[in-house]
Design a binder for this molecule. Structure first.
Ligand code: ZN
Length: 98
């Protein structure tokens, strides 16, 4: 059974390519753009996201997570120190009032 191809222009980089109609998704060979194909019509072909961007987004999210973790650790340290200092102040006040 021969596979039917639909000629199309990559919306991202403009290179011409043939897309197999039996697939609902393909990648541009020139720029790696992920293209969703909703049906046989070229009109419904649209970009979802660039593959390279997917990797960058994942990387950025991982970095943000690490930064968030650091921030939480610093916050916890500040709270512990603040409670400790408060304890000392209360202790001093109690001592001096005697
Ligand atoms: Zn392309």
């Amino acid at each position: 059974m021969p596979i039917k191809f639909v000629p199309m222009i990559c919306p991202q980089c403009g290179s011409q390519m043939d897309v197999p109609v039996d697939k609902d998704m393909c990648f541009c060979a020139a720029c790696g753009t992920k293209i969703l194909i909703n049906d046989d019509s070229i009109k419904t072909i649209n970009i979802n996201q660039r593959v390279t961007d997917d990797a960058r987004i994942a990387e950025a999210q991982a970095k943000a997570k690490v930064a968030q973790g650091r921030q939480n650790t610093i916050l916890k340290a500040i709270v512990i120190v603040a409670v400790f200092v408060l304890d000392i102040i209360i202790f001093m006040v109690v001592l001096s009032s005697r």
